[in-house]
Design a protein around this ligand. Structure first.
Ligand code: DX5
Ligand code: ZN
Length: 216
């Protein structure tokens, strides 16, 4: 089953509650947290996640594009995140492992994210640590509305092979430049969770856009 996770980065922040309701057919809600250091952009933090939690029961898929994420895991978990993705490039491997351990203790689902430059093999130790999801970026993280990087397709296929071999059941999410066309390519390569910001919020009918991404 293909799951869709609309990114509120493309929503109207003045009307965030309305824009969350507009995508309530989706499987997850993708929340992009940026610190202006790991990526050259600043977005939202813990208090906004807390407010979102109060206005929806949707599964909150929180993508942390922040340096040294171990510092904030507990805060985002308490704020109501259901899943936290941290970037492998954001800290030393021992502290990435430590952050995943804290997620387990806090009862949130654990995910690791890969920038386009990072090889598929980098996920291997984390599959062993029991991650629930791997996020492969299909743009450079930082901004919505960028062009899909087709050169990430072989990496998606390689990560899918590793998942089947070492951690069947782990989800494979892709993020960046996903629309109804690129969705077909990433699904064929092995992705089963699709993040989409501009393709959903830029559509006249977000519910129809979500259905199109699922291939319905
Ligand atoms: C980019 C973010 C994405 C972004 C995707 O760094 O991680 O989640 O919102 O936006 P689109 O779907 O417009 O590429
Ligand atoms: Zn994202």
């Amino acid at each position: 089953m293909i799951k869709v996770s609309p990114s509120i980065l493309s929503a109207d922040f003045v009307n965030l509650e309305r824009d969350i309701r507009r995508v309530s057919d989706a499987d997850y809600l993708h929340v992009d947290v940026m610190d202006g250091a790991f990526v050259p952009n600043l977005t939202i933090g813990v208090p906004v996640v807390q407010s979102i939690r109060r206005c929806t029961d949707m599964f909150l898929d929180v993508h942390l594009m922040i340096e040294k994420p171990v510092r904030y895991i507990e805060s985002f978990a308490k704020a109501g995140a259901d899943l936290l993705s941290i970037h492998l490039e954001a800290d030393h491997p021992t502290r990435i492992a430590q952050a995943l351990k804290v997620m387990g203790e806090c009862g949130v689902k654990k995910a690791v994210a890969l920038r386009p430059i990072t090889a598929a093999e980098a996920v291997l130790p984390y599959l062993e640590l029991g991650v629930d999801l791997v996020l492969v970026m299909t743009v450079e993280p930082g901004f919505g509305g960028q062009k899909f990087m087709a050169d990430q397709l072989p990496k998606i296929a390689a990560v899918r092979r590793y998942i089947e071999q070492y951690r069947p059941g782990c989800d494979l999410e892709v993020d960046g430049g996903i629309n109804a066309q690129t969705a077909r390519q990433v699904i064929d390569a092995g992705a089963n969770v699709l993040v989409a910001g501009s393709a959903v919020y830029g559509a006249d009918d977000p519910a129809a856009a979500i259905a199109a991404l699922r291939g319905e």
